[in-house]
Design a protein around this ligand. Structure first.
Ligand SMILES: C[S@@+](CC[C@H](N)C(=O)[O-])C[C@H]1O[C@@H](n2cnc3c(N)ncnc32)[C@H](O)[C@@H]1O
Length: 220
């Protein structure tokens, strides 16, 4: 296993791994691998859009060992857990609005001191504004019709100067009837009027009709 292009992400034979911050515990049934006295968790690209973006060649997204990350749409914490492995000396503020999945996220956070779970609607960031620090990275994966608006709102409020933000888009959740390429083109246009676009990737074959956009805050 060797360190890859992304800080804290290791690769072996096109498989991705992060070093387990809670050794001995798998989060979603992923294999645990011991090497050189360390334990690594395999990161499944079919379960995580961040892992699939990395395999599709996205450049480093700004998540480092000491990063502050605001993660919107945390669900049960599959991807959040790998982000928590990577920013082992940082913090992941993990926002989720569904009480059903939040319980599992809350239990995950009990085992991982760098996850702060927040039960809130990302469409109303004023509700958690006072509980979240300025972020190096904002990551959003919420499959909502108005997801671009929610993303712009949160990134504008929380992102540090020169911070990076990642938006995962499922074209069907914006417009079921429209061709994904057209939906992605419109998202791209909306984002470039607010941020500097650094990269864009579609996520096939890992996720159908999904794309990720990596942007940088333009604030000087
Ligand atoms: C596709 S799942 C996220 C999967 C997760 N990011 C991962 O990779 O492990 C989308 C999640 O976003 C949540 N969500 C949708 N709209 C939201 C909103 N406005 N605020 C907070 N969470 C939201 C849903 O409840 C769901 O758990």
């Amino acid at each position: 296993m060797k360190a890859g292009r992304h800080p804290g992400v290791f690769e072996d034979n096109r498989r991705l791994y992060t070093q387990n911050l809670a050794p001995g515990i798998a989060v979603y049934g992923e294999p645990l691998v011991k090497e050189g006295g360390k334990e690594f968790r395999e990161w499944n690209p079919f379960r995580s859009k961040l892992a699939s973006s990395i395999l599709k060649g996205i450049p480093p997204v700004g998540i480092n060992r000491d990063s502050i990350v605001l993660y919107l749409g945390a669900a049960t914490g599959t991807t959040v857990s790998h982000v928590s492995d990577i920013c082992s000396e940082g913090i992941v503020f993990a926002v989720e609005f569904s009480p059903e999945v939040f319980t599992e996220l809350f239990l995950l956070a009990k085992r991982r001191p760098n996850i702060v779970p927040i039960l809130a609607d990302a469409a109303h960031p004023e509700a958690y504004y006072h509980r979240v620090a300025a972020a190096d990275v904002v990551y959003q994966d919420i499959a909502q019709r108005n997801q671009v608006e929610i993303f712009v709102k949160n990134a504008t409020l929380f992102l540090k100067r020169r911070g990076k933000a990642i938006l995962c888009v499922k074209s069907r959740s914006i417009d079921v009837a429209q061709q994904p390429a057209k939906v992605f083109g419109e998202v791209r246009e909306a984002l470039t009027s607010n941020f500097r676009l650094l990269d864009y990737k579609t996520l096939a074959p890992f996720q159908k009709d999904h794309a990720v956009f990596l942007v940088e805050n333009r604030k000087l």
